[in-house]
Design a protein around this ligand. Structure first.
Ligand SMILES: *Cc1c(COP(=O)(O)O)cnc(C)c1O
Length: 233
């Protein structure tokens, strides 16, 4: 089956990247990004040992999650509108795409209503692309204390999307900058924040070399064409 072969190849490449960076492959979690994929595909991925899934639209995820095994874990990775926060808090284990104080407040409010604390990542637009969501680094550092003081969210790390390029190496500085920003955040908070969610199908090996511990993979798992792309340096 194609998915099994793709996953094997991904695991081999993760091991090789970890070897280059002198890291332990067990530090790197693979998230299967299943936007536009069917519940059957999710189940096939789960049967191969994947248990963390990412979705970028609340409406789609809501339906899909209900049709998938209950033991699976789901993260929201797409831009979140405030009128979807209530559902997002209910259906997801983590929201990776928090990019404003207003959104964080809304999430904290709905988490309080369901008597829980919501783990979040802060999304950063490192390259300053107009087409992408996410905090500007300076703005994140400025708002971090206020974000951290919200009662029902817990900051678990940072997330970014590198600019698309046929040359994964181009993303290296973006990933490095996110790792440095995480260290700056840890200094401000005087506490470690564990997660660096960076690297997608075209650039996850470079991301791992730069310290990613969560890679978000869609086409490398579900469409062989993308795996070809990351082969050409
Ligand atoms: C779609 C998506 C991914 C996966 O992208 P691929 O290139 O298919 O691996 C990762 N992160 C986010 C936020 C996405 O929307």
């Amino acid at each position: 089956m194609e998915l099994a072969a793709n996953l094997n190849q991904v695991r081999e490449r993760i091991e090789a990247a970890c070897l280059r960076a002198r890291r332990n492959p067990s530090e790197v979690t693979v998230m299967a990004v299943t936007k536009s994929q069917s519940p059957e595909t999710v189940r096939a991925a789960a049967d191969l040992g994947l248990n963390l899934f990412g979705e970028n639209r609340v409406q789609e995820a809501k339906i899909k999650i209900g049709l998938c095994p209950a033991r699976l874990r789901w993260h929201m990775i797409g831009h979140l509108q405030s009128n979807k926060c209530r559902d997002a808090v209910h259906f997801f284990e983590m929201i990776q795409s928090v990019d404003s104080l207003a959104l964080a407040r809304e999430i904290s409010k709905w988490a309080a209503q369901s008597a829980k604390t919501m783990p979040i990542l802060l999304e950063v637009n490192i390259a300053g692309e107009a087409s992408k969501f996410g905090y500007r680094p300076e703005q994140l550092l400025e708002e971090l204390p206020q974000l951290n003081s919200l009662p029902k969210i817990e900051i678990h790390g940072l997330m970014t999307l590198a600019p698309w390029s046929p040359t994964p190496e181009r993303a290296r500085l973006v990933f490095r900058r996110l790792r440095e920003l995480k260290e700056q955040c840890e200094q401000i908070l005087a506490a470690p924040i564990p997660l660096l969610s960076m690297g997608m199908s075209g650039d996850y090996e470079v991301a791992i070399e730069e310290g990613a511990n969560l890679v978000r993979l869609g086409s490398a798992l579900f469409d062989p064409r993308a795996t070809m792309r990351s082969e050409t340096p």
